[in-house]
Design a protein around this ligand. Structure first.
Ligand code: AMP
Ligand code: MG
Length: 322
């Protein structure tokens, strides 16, 4: 797949997200249990740390000047309780990067390369989005995006459990969103297009699998107000964005909760560009564009609304009246 803008960045993201997502799938099969529970009570696994270290290592080689903003950090691994986990991560990283002699300290430094500041041009990585799904043996995604001049320019989603061989989606601003089976890099790239559905009562709505991840009462109100017949499809992670971009669903929204008042940039960027490049729309719940100039969180936005475009205005005006 060749692109006119950001060609090197797109090729880089395709290659490294594919490799990382395939490895994450292997880790899901071998060792999917949580290693720690983070301060916000969310789990983190061997795969989260391993993928962030691998993407950071590749980035340092190919784009040494570029900043990385990643979800994970190595602090827990440096405690006495973290040593066992750190050893296992090092083993996966070493196997993925044969010939590179990496000490445990260096692996931690790679993970912490993700502590960069979200400024002018930066990459953002969610090494395992949907960690709860990953631990359960369900959907998850590896998500990498390049943000330049406050806009998502390139995004790649690796969804190992979407479709029979998994799914890899590359989006480049102005050049479309394209999908290929994750496990077959020789297969043809297929251009993604959102659904053409205009009747809101027939819409297919997506929502988080985890009930705690979104306030449900507003969504239930909208479902009954519009007479949406199909029950919401529950799915973990940015795989939902891939499904919507492919036209297999029409709507998703996330109302903030007390525990999660704001979205993180890595939970949106690579999915947002896929939906937009497939012809859909992404805004916050007030209809405002997602603002990537606020650091690691989308502090200037409230929640998120994704749609095929046709249903967007109708839902926004209903949300306003809630
Ligand atoms: P999902 O699989 O859609 O529930 O999304 C999972 C991802 O979203 C994880 O990265 C969570 O840390 C993050 N997350 C979960 N709930 C929220 C929320 N209410 N607001 C912002 N981020 C959230
Ligand atoms: Mg996430």
């Amino acid at each position: 797949m060749k692109f006119k803008t950001y060609p090197k960045e797109a090729a880089f993201a395709i290659e490294h997200v594919r490799n990382a997502a395939l490895l994450a799938k292997q880790i899901q099969q071998e060792a999917r249990s949580a290693a720690f529970t983070k301060e916000d009570k969310s789990p983190v696994t061997l795969a989260d740390f391993t993928v962030q270290a691998l993407i950071a290592s590749a980035l340092q080689e190919e784009f040494p000047k570029d900043v990385l903003v990643g979800e994970e950090e190595s602090a827990e691994l440096c405690t006495p309780e973290g040593q066992e986990t750190l050893k296992k991560i090092c083993a996966y990283v070493e196997k993925a990067l044969p010939g590179k002699k990496l000490s445990a300290k260096k692996v931690c430094a790679l993970i912490d390369h993700g502590k960069g500041d979200a400024t002018k041009r930066f990459w953002t990585i969610d090494p395992i989005d949907g960690t709860k799904g990953f631990v359960r043996g369900d959907q998850f995604a590896v998500a990498l995006a390049l943000i330049d001049k406050k806009e998502v320019k390139v995004g790649v989603l690796g969804c190992p459990r979407l479709g029979s061989g998994g799914s890899l989606i590359i989006s480049v601003r102005g050049e479309g969103a394209w999908q290929q089976p994750l496990d077959n890099k020789k297969a043809e790239w297929k251009r993604l297009k959102v659904s053409g559905r205009k009747k809101i009562e027939e819409a297919v709505l997506l929502r988080s699998y985890e009930k705690a991840n979104a306030s449900i009462s507003e969504v239930s109100q909208l479902i009954s107000q519009f007479g949406i017949k199909k029950g919401p499809v529950q799915m973990d992670s940015l795989a939902k964005y891939a499904v919507l971009a492919a036209g297999d669903a029409d709507l998703m929204m996330r109302f903030p909760t007390e525990r999660h008042p704001y979205e993180y940039i890595w939970d949106q960027a690579a999915g947002q560009i896929a939906i937009e490049e497939a012809g859909g729309r992404v805004t916050d719940l007030n209809g405002k564009a997602l603002d990537y100039s606020q650091g690691r969180k989308l502090l200037a936005n409230r929640g998120v609304l994704l749609s095929n475009g046709h249903l967007h205005a109708q839902i926004l005006s209903a949300i306003k009246k809630l």
